[in-house]
Design a protein. Structure first.
Length: 277
């Protein structure tokens, strides 16, 4: 089993580096908005932070412990001309989520967009290899953290706000090496649909993105077996893994008014895999 202390991993140590750069000029689609993004220090979270900033949003960057990566993301945001706030801590801790949201409100005065992106995964060949500690930890981060953060953010979310959750293609196709991880992603999809029903009457939209194999620190830093990494992404119809900046536009679409008639839905940037979900 991969040692869990390798996670979540530093993006600065990857070769080749993931592509986070926005591909197009901004058009002000998030001008004046404040977005809180978990796991924004690297990978998909960094690409979403960069794109949201380009579209005019101030960004709160929540991350676990990769301070150098988080500061890099903060500088990316500032270079786009908007404000950045970095907050380190464990989203599986309810008290941390409460404190983080309070800090966002103190810094920016409001909260318009919550992106629940942070997650962890640990590959195991057999279900009996999954320890009780790992099982609890994966659920604590991947789904409990979403509940805690939305609970903390809810009093500050007004009509027009958006929540975007990160689920996964593994929720739809399954993954024989990621039993606990894919189970949390199923919970996230159900959470997304149910939370949408709960909040839509107040004008708050809730949607999700289900990426396929994306080149981020999550897999090479312990989230995938060495054997899987050798052919990572090659099983997709496009024959390659995706880049974070190929996923970020889905998060932008669901957060802005372009998706004003969408709630409870899931987008699938996954290299062409048909999942019917």
């Amino acid at each position: 089993m991969i040692h869990e202390d390798q996670l979540p991993g530093h993006e600065s140590g990857l070769d080749p580096k993931p592509e986070w750069q926005p591909r197009y000029p901004g058009s002000g689609r998030l001008k004046g908005k404040v977005a809180l993004i978990t796991g924004a220090d690297s990978g998909i979270g960094r690409a979403v932070a960069a794109l949201y900033a380009r579209e005019g949003a101030d960004i709160a960057i929540l991350y676990l412990c990769e301070h150098d990566d988080a500061e890099k993301t903060a500088q990316i945001v500032r270079d786009e001309g908007t404000r950045a706030l970095t907050i380190a801590g464990d989203i599986g801790d309810k008290a941390f989520c409460n404190d983080a949201v309070a800090r966002v409100i103190a810094e920016f005065g409001k909260l318009d967009i919550v992106v629940n992106n942070a997650g962890e995964q640990h590959p195991d060949q057999d279900i009996t290899d999954i320890t009780e500690e790992q099982l609890k930890r994966t659920f604590q981060t991947n789904i409990f953290g979403m509940f805690f953060l939305v609970q903390a953010a809810r009093p500050h979310l007004k009509s027009g706000a958006a929540i975007v959750n990160c689920t996964s293609v593994t929720m739809y196709q399954g993954s024989k090496e990621l039993l606990d991880y894919s189970s949390t992603k199923g919970a996230i999809t159900a959470f997304t649909r149910s939370l949408s029903e709960n909040l839509i009457g107040d004008g708050i939209r809730v949607n999700a993105v289900a990426p396929g194999p994306i080149w981020t620190p999550l897999n090479p830093c312990g989230g995938a077996s060495p054997e899987k990494l050798e052919t990572f992404g090659e099983s997709t119809p496009m024959g390659r893994p995706g880049q974070p900046n190929e996923v970020a536009p889905s998060f932008l679409f669901l957060a802005c008014n372009d998706a004003s008639y969408m709630s409870g839905q899931v987008l699938h940037p996954n290299g062409g895999m048909i999942v019917n979900g």
